[in-house]
Design a protein around this ligand. Structure first.
Ligand code: G6Q
Length: 549
């Protein structure tokens, strides 16, 4: 019997049942009372590890909730599953693959076996190759086809081969080589490519084609357009491709067929999921931007949280706590979404990155054994950088009818201090978390002299949960820590829900259907359509539209 089948189904686990009963008793309890009854709550329900401080005291929990959540993790064999991931077991069962993003940042002397082979030396060999290439491009030693130095780098990729690189580039722009321009093309909408290249010189531009499979329709379409654009700009000399294209892929055959010299291919492995790959060769654009030393510092940050996750008791374990609280909010408080609100402009793409990490991982409707789940799985993640959101959607978070737990992320220092900006920014973080938790009672509103008719409009119920994550400043190392924190929180949630957090079959159907429809749109003669009547009519309508000038 496998480890997963020995475990009771989630709703049968004693801790789950106890949590359901506990939730009934807790329903009326307000954060105002929880704080009033415990003068040390704000200090007690906080934990610091690897330089990340997590204040989770403003969640609707008691000590008993935490105890039961930890018990739930134990009954779900979280420790066993963490150990299985770190030792290279094939825990991605629907694809029969190991899940080893932790090997991407393992120290050089470590041993992690996949099918009996230590993968760590290969990881470091690719990192060394990336470093040498990055140094050559950054120093100008790597020249374009006409002898000019590279000034522009364009990463072409989508999903896991785009969101991590874009997010990391934006997050670490402060550390980036400003003489290089970085752009990211992902959408098959041609405008993405056209806008990214319109002011660039082909002779000074390097394309990184990032695609694990090297078959993805969007990426391959953009890569072809990039090759045409380059060759058009460089007198159609096909030899130019080798100096202006490199690939990040697991598929050497396809890379070579595209015309890229496999000496300029940076490999990775099927045990790295796309959404877990920003610290693999998929991060080549990141390394080109911030340099190898900063990239290694980012890996060190990842590693510190990996070690913390692996070795710390659940009660003090940042990703485990965040994961368990996410389960509590999702399944017991019934909160359908989580807002991620970084108070750091450089993290503007972090919510978009997390959307894929969390929702592609835990948006699953069946258990590992293939049975329909009887509870909610992954919540919807979304967000925007503070303070902008405060003047937009926070209204609904404060006074709407839905419960939206928030993760606030903030730093002790601005990377480029400017007058009073940073104190004002941080005052807003603390004020928002405080307002959400404590709100404003009718009595308080009346005491302000508010006209009676307006009182209900100005009441804030409060009791809205949030986490606050604080770190010193946004360095490459801290970015690695933040990403690893969420990766392992997602893992924790997936283990509790007993789902495969590492496959993504849900993206397949649309891909297959699109491939079928493309020729129906392009064919000269009217195609025989066999879809439903809505799809057939839409296709015909589009065919008519595209004929008009
Ligand atoms: C991520 C997914 C998916 C993938 C893209 C791009 O976990 O697997 O987002 O990254 O579909 O795939 P390729 O890298 O193979 O082009």
């Amino acid at each position: 019997m496998s480890a997963t089948t020995r475990i009771k189904s989630l709703i049968e686990r004693p801790a789950w049942k106890a949590l359901a009963a506990h939730h009934q008793r807790l329903q009326k309890l307000h954060l105002r009372k929880l704080f009033a009854d415990d003068p040390t709550r704000g200090e007690r329900l906080a934990v610091e590890a690897a330089g990340l401080y997590l204040d989770y005291s403003k969640n609707r929990i008691t000590d008993r909730t935490l105890k039961l959540l930890v018990q739930l993790a134990e009954e779900s064999d979280l420790s066993g599953r963490i150990a299985a991931m770190f030792s290279g077991d094939k825990i991605n069962t629907t694809e029969n693959r190991a899940v080893l993003h932790v090997a991407l940042r393992a120290p050089i002397g470590a041993t992690i076996l996949v099918d009996g082979k230590n993968v760590v030396p290969e990881v470091h060999a690719v990192l060394a190759k990336m470093a040498s290439f990055s140094d050559r491009v950054r120093s100008g030693a790597w020249k374009g086809h006409t002898g000019k130095r590279i000034k522009n780098v364009i990463n072409i990729g989508i999903g896991g081969s785009d969101l991590g690189p874009v997010m990391a580039y934006e997050a670490l722009k402060h550390y980036s080589e400003r003489s290089l321009t970085f752009r990211f093309v992902s959408n098959v909408d041609g405008i993405d490519f056209v806008e990214a290249t319109r002011d660039l010189e082909p002779a000074e531009t390097l394309f990184i084609i990032s695609s694990k499979t090297f078959t993805t329709l969007e990426t391959m379409t953009n890569a072809q357009s990039a090759r045409d654009w380059l060759l058009h700009g460089l007198g159609r000399d096909r030899k130019a491709v080798a100096r202006h294209f490199v690939a990040v892929s697991t598929n050497a055959e396809k890379v070579s067929a595209f015309g890229i010299d496999t000496a300029n291919m940076f490999g990775f492995w099927d045990w790295v999921g796309g959404r877990y790959s920003m610290d693999s060769a998929i991060g080549l654009s990141t390394m080109l931007a911030i340099g190898p030393d900063n990239f290694y510092a980012m890996l060190k940050g990842f590693r510190e949280i990996d070690e913390h996750f692996r070795n710390t008791s659940f009660e003090r374990n940042l990703p485990v706590l965040m994961g368990l609280l996410a389960v509590w909010n999702n399944d017991f408080l019934g909160a359908p979404t989580v807002a991620v609100l970084p108070y750091e402009q450089y993290l503007k793409r972090f919510p978009a990155y997390l959307q894929q990490l969390t929702m592609e991982s835990n948006g699953k409707h069946v258990t590992l054994a293939g049975k329909k789940v009887e509870y909610q799985t992954g919540p919807i993640y979304w967000g925007e950088p503070g303070t902008n959101g405060q003047h937009s959607f926070y209204q609904l978070i404060h006074q709407g009818t839905r419960l939206i737990p928030c993760d606030f992320i903030a730093f002790g220092h601005a990377l480029t201090p400017l007058g009073r900006h940073h104190d004002i920014l941080l005052a807003n973080v603390f004020a928002q978390a405080e307002a959400l938790a404590f709100g404003k009672t009718p009595e308080e509103v009346i005491a302000e002299g508010t006209p009676a008719a307006l009182v209900p409009h100005r009441v804030f119920e409060g009791n809205r949960p949030s986490n606050v994550i604080l770190a010193d400043r946004l360095t490459p190392e801290v970015l690695g820590k933040l990403v690893a924190l969420y990766e392992h929180s997602v893992f924790t949630q997936g283990i509790i829900w007993n789902i495969d957090s590492f496959d993504q079959w849900g993206v397949e159907l649309g891909k297959v259907l699109a491939q079928r429809i493309v020729p129906e749109l392009e064919s000269k003669a009217a195609p025989k359509l066999k879809h439903d009547t809505s799809t057939n009519t839409l296709i015909r309508h589009y065919r008519t539209l595209r004929q008009t000038k």
